[in-house]
Design a protein around this ligand. Sequence first.
Ligand code: GLU
Length: 309
Amino acid sequence: MPDIARLVRDIAEEMRGAEERGKVATYIPPLALVDPGHFGLCVVTADGEVHAAGDSEEPFSIQSVSKVFALTQALGKVGDTLWRRVGREPSGTPFNSIVQLEREQGVPRNPFINAGALVVADVNLAGHQPRVAIGELLRFVRYLADDETITVDEVVARAEQATGFRNVALANYMKAFGNITHAPELTLGVYFHQCAIAMSCRQLAMAGRFLMHGGLYEPGGPRVVSAQRARRINALMLTCGHYDASGDFAFRVGLPGKSGVGGGILAVAPGKAAIAVWSPGLNDAGNSMLGTFALERLAEATGWSVFAP
Ligand code: GLU
């Protein structure tokens, strides 16, 4: 096994100097202002060692990475009945696509495309005011990361509320099929705020530990989810975590991963490591360009893969 600390430093160094960095998302105005020069990487290994390099302490907008935590929360509330309202198949379409929803009667393909995440947010909203539902998710993420300083970036949340017309369309469309149970603006409020959670690579990697430890907070620690649920969330991350580039990510990196348009990716090497990477520039599929390169390098050098012993 290579020296992980050194590998993390070397990868950060290499990525810092990369010229081709992709394009930052501009459709959410505050994200357009983020410097594409950032790069952060953090690896938390199974024995609890933390290896971080680059801008690993700087909070960024986790965006769709939040869908992993929101899904975990929703499964805790309604268990497998969730799958009556959202599927478990890769979509093969971009993150905000509406085309499949008509053919498939308002049931989104999976919980990681926006339509599916809106259904998940609707589940998490049940019995609560939106503010309380968001507070509950934030408390859960803080617990997982063991860090009380994690917050929602209100500027980003408000910007999405003002410009997220496609998400508004998706929520209303599913409402017409009865698959959004609250007033769409309330469900959207929960969704926009969860996407606006700001975390650093270190915080994100820490929050992903339960997925490397078969559902345990840490080895010998309390159970967050069952081993079966952790496996299934990892399976969904592998098959659906990168939208229509999920197959390419599995091919290149070989680990469950979830990306966000803020340029973050959370990846899990079960039994071995939880990894978070951040580089704001995106590739054509809307996933972090250098983040994906970095994970490819890391997986290659360590041999970490769900397809190899
Ligand atoms: N908040 C973003 C949206 O709804 C999330 C998309 C993403 O991170 O992929 O458009």
